[in-house]
Design a protein around this ligand. Structure first.
Ligand code: PLP
Length: 388
């Protein structure tokens, strides 16, 4: 191909070999993940930087993500459930693992058996954990979750005061962390952040001194007053945007590409896909690409006539996505791409450095967290940078 004939199409995707039968490939760049953790660790100053691994590490695969973060120096992890905690424990025998769900009734032995620390979110949970510790004759570790305004999980002030006045409860177990969670950390200027920080200061002071934690990714970028002793980033590790309306300093971790199954000529006036919502205006070549909403490519990314939609890339050639997203397929206009590149079996990158997860979810009216955590199991997964 001549280099002066417009963009240079380099079919670089994917960089690692995948089976010829793979129709869509999710590439997780563990180099970029580790660089992101190192950057957040740096930004958190003297506070410890943990890693949040809930929902299969935001859909990217708990085991490889946990291993990569550990190799970079991360020692503390947060998961949502006991099952996730068990999966994390299997790959990280030495790590500290907190379970954000708190303590499910009767599930104490599961926490103890896998050395998981419940994030106790109510007085009944504290009572159960204290009773279990006493029965076992061991002061086992747990976090105490204080609500500072999110009103989701965490102890309200009244319960906290009752706990503070119950030394026999507090002495039964070891409080290794006192934490709360911010409601508006993705908006740096929101006054709710400062309100929650001050409330956290005031409420935690009622308990005996213990390491404290308030910040998720967004909170971490709010600066040192939000760091306390430990920060808990999730989305920023995975390359997502922590703050809306601000440049994203994190490296891209996730790329999604899929193969062209068929290319067809479509004449003016004809429509493409379900609902016949997209009509072509001029003679076009349309590629059907093997990724759909069952793979996590959100149906809200569908494009009707006259709408600006997401763009995929074949090498350096942008290919506008057109028509409805269906369960298994999307369609893209490849009229401007040389036919030898836009051919059956060629890769189209639909998410990556150029079209980020946040670009897609802004258009779909959702957030990167949702797209990543809903990536389908059908997508072939590749981990780059597994060697340290
Ligand atoms: C999910 C979660 C985090 C991580 O949040 P990000 O916005 O992804 O950084 C931290 N703390 C708690 C309690 C969470 O539920």
């Amino acid at each position: 191909m001549s280099r002066d004939a417009g963009p240079v199409a380099v079919p670089t995707y994917p960089r690692v070999p995948v089976p010829l039968s793979a129709r869509a490939v999710l590439t997780v760049d563990l180099h970029a993940l580790r660089a992101n953790w190192a950057r957040l660790n740096q930004a958190s100053g003297r506070a410890e930087c943990a890693g949040v691994l809930k929902a299969d590490a935001y859909g990217l695969g708990l085991a490889p993500i946990a291993k990569a973060l550990t190799s970079e120096g991360c020692k503390t992890f947060f998961v949502a459930s006991v099952d996730e905690g068990r999966a994390a424990r299997e790959v990280q025998p030495g790590a500290t693992i907190y379970v954000l769900d708190g303590l499910l009734p009767g599930a104490e032995p599961h926490y103890a058996g896998f050395d998981l620390r419940p994030v106790l979110a109510s007085l009944p949970e504290v009572r159960d954990w204290a009773a279990y510790c006493r029965a076992r004759g061991r002061r086992m570790a747990a976090a105490i979750h204080i609500d500072t305004g999110l009103n989701r999980l965490g102890m309200p002030e009244s319960e906290l005061e009752e706990l503070a006045a119950s030394p026999e409860l507090l002495s039964a177990f070891e409080t290794t962390l006192v934490m709360s969670h911010l409601a508006c950390a993705d908006h740096a200027e929101d006054p709710m952040n400062e309100r929650q920080r001050l409330r956290f200061e005031a409420l935690r002071a009622k308990l005996p001194p213990a390491p404290a934690s308030l910040a998720n990714s967004g909170g971490l970028f709010l600066g040192q007053p939000y760091h306390f002793d430990l920060v808990r980033p999730g989305i920023a590790l995975y390359g997502g945007r922590a703050h809306e309306n601000k440049p994203n300093p994190m490296q891209t971790v996730v790329r999604l590409a899929a193969k062209i199954l068929q290319v067809r000529e479509v004449s003016p006036g004809q429509s493409i896909g379900y609902g016949a919502t997209y009509k072509v205006a001029k003679p076009s070549r349309i590629a059907t690409i093997a990724v759909g909403y069952a793979d996590g490519f959100l149906r809200a990314l569908s494009v009707a006539t006259g709408e600006a939609g997401p763009v995929g890339y074949i090498g350096d050639y942008p290919v506008p996505i057109v028509g409805r997203v269906s369960m298994d397929f999307i369609t893209a206009d490849v009229t401007e791409v040389p036919p030898e590149l836009a051919r059956r079996g060629a890769w189209v990158e639909v998410m990556g450095h150029r079209v980020t997860v946040d670009d897609l979810t802004d258009r779909a009216g959702t957030i990167g967290y949702e797209l990543l955590s809903r990536l389908g199991q059908r997508v072939y997964r590749v981990y780059e940078g597994t060697g340290v």
